[in-house]
Write a protein that binds this ligand. Sequence first.
Ligand SMILES: C[S@@+](CC[C@H](N)C(=O)[O-])C[C@H]1O[C@@H](n2cnc3c(N)ncnc32)[C@H](O)[C@@H]1O
Ligand SMILES: [Zn+2]
Length: 223
Amino acid sequence: MSPAKKSVKTPAVKTPAVPKAPKRVKPPKSPYYEVRRSKIQGRGAFALLPIRKGKKIDEYWGQPITHEEADRRYDDNEGRHHTFLFVLDDDTVLDARYGGNDARFINHSCDPNCETEIEDGHIWIKAIKAITPETELAYDYRFEWQDEYEPEDVRYYACRCGTAKCRGTILRIPVYLRPTIKQWLAGNDVPLPKKPKKGVKPGAKKASLKKAASKKAPAKQPR
Ligand SMILES: C[S@@+](CC[C@H](N)C(=O)[O-])C[C@H]1O[C@@H](n2cnc3c(N)ncnc32)[C@H](O)[C@@H]1O
Ligand SMILES: [Zn+2]
């Protein structure tokens, strides 16, 4: 007879807390548009319903990362510019390649029917005009101009929005540079003019220069 096994009570061992993986939240789908092929580039977002001016159409979803991480993930020196990044603020960029919703397919236009609005850390796509069904939704990406840009950089960010107001590039061009950038886009690589002093319009006469200097706030730069 084998001796009865002594029941040994194992002391309750506390297992180390395993951090829970963040729940993958599926972004809600906006009823206002769907993604289709676009004449502008690749895929785009097209209205399914009439959308009134001022309507919040969708929120831009994506993984929040730092600017450094965005630079590490994406090399701007690849053949053609393509990004799903959206700058939220000085610290954060949303990368819609991860956890992004259909808003990542909204293309750029120089004469847009939408704009983006940042509210409490959320990026909203809002209609700035009444939009009819079948119309492609687009907002102005307004990529920041960098003084070190050269003609090939401007051509790298070429715009194909096809509107009458197309500036030829997705970049936001400071007013004083617009004639030069037009030349660059036409293949004429003229040198960049010097940056005018703040509040002074290029070509302003002496008298109006005095006036400009006496103003407290410099004139707002148009987009
Ligand atoms: C957020 S994605 C938009 C969706 C994109 N069409 C696609 O199919 O993935 C942004 C990229 O689309 C392209 N794009 C968007 N608007 C454009 C435009 N007006 N002209 C040229 N390319 C554009 C650029 O490659 C840009 O980096
Ligand atoms: Zn354009």
